[in-house]
Ligand binder design. Structure first.
Ligand code: SAM
Length: 236
């Protein structure tokens, strides 16, 4: 087994500043009992299947907190005022890896899904698995949608792989599927060639569907504030 493999498993980052007390801080994914061993196996890949995907090293995981920090948003004009956001702790060039999206992996069946979660992200559509960071996760759960904050997103969710030990695989390791947050590429015109500067907020696009479904949930809950925020996000 290589050092990388051991390192990925043993990387224990300290609970970061501004972490909420009622949420468990995770160093790796946890799995619902409903996730089958076949689904777990299918999340693993041999090196030949990894074409086009970033391979995240143990060192990149261990240095997460030198790139990403949580801040409580004090600007009253920010649409997530008094909530938390994800900010960079150093200058990050285009396409660089920021951090992994940690949380609880669950199947997309109704009984295994927390319909109230604002932190649920698809992990693998074909396998019908998602990662929910509602009750446990890492800094990534605080990444806000760009609408009302910046003109456009500066980061995105991307599929990636990390190396984990496997007694069954030759070489004693396998590559396992994760979702990470990455700085957007520079773009053909090079408009984003500066990447993200130290101290800037990391913002992705949740997609219109996220805000549409929040509008529906707000209607069910008769939550006027939630409806206002979702409507405002959709108007931008
Ligand atoms: C995944 S959480 C992001 C972290 C959140 N700010 C927190 O402190 O837990 C998603 C929630 O953050 C808020 N949020 C994220 N982006 C927003 C935006 N652009 N405008 C308004 N609210 C936003 C909404 O309440 C949304 O449901």
């Amino acid at each position: 087994m290589s050092d990388n493999v051991t390192g990925n498993i043993k990387t224990q980052l300290p609970v970061p500043s501004n972490w909420p007390e009622d949420i468990a801080y995770l160093n790796d994914l946890t799995y619902s009992a409903a996730v089958t061993s076949e689904q777990r196996t299918a999340l693993g890949r041999t090196t030949t299947d990894l074409e086009g995907h970033a391979r995240i090293t143990a060192e990149q995981i261990a240095t997460t907190q030198s790139r990403a920090r949580i801040r409580i948003i004090s600007d009253p004009k920010h649409p997530a005022h008094k909530q938390r956001g994800l900010f960079t702790a150093s200058d990050l060039p285009p396409d660089s890896f920021i951090l992994l999206y940690q949380g609880h992996v669950h199947t997309n069946s109704l009984s295994d899904t927390n319909s109230k979660s604002d932190y649920d992200l698809s992990l693998d559509r074909l396998l019908d698995l998602s990662v929910d960071a509602c009750s446990s996760g890492n800094e990534s759960r605080f990444c806000n949608d760009y609408r009302g904050i910046t003109e456009r997103p500066n980061a995105e969710f991307r599929d990636c792989f990390i190396q984990v030990p496997s007694e069954k695989r030759a070489g004693g390791s396998k590559w396992e599927r994760r979702v990470g947050i990455f700085v957007l590429s520079a773009g053909n015109a090079g408009l984003r060639k500066k990447g993200i500067r130290e101290g800037e907020e990391v913002c992705v696009s949740y997609g219109k569907q996220y805000w549409e479904s929040r509008k529906v949930v707000a209607g069910f809950r008769k939550d006027a504030e939630m409806l206002r925020v979702a409507t405002a996000a959709l108007e931008l």
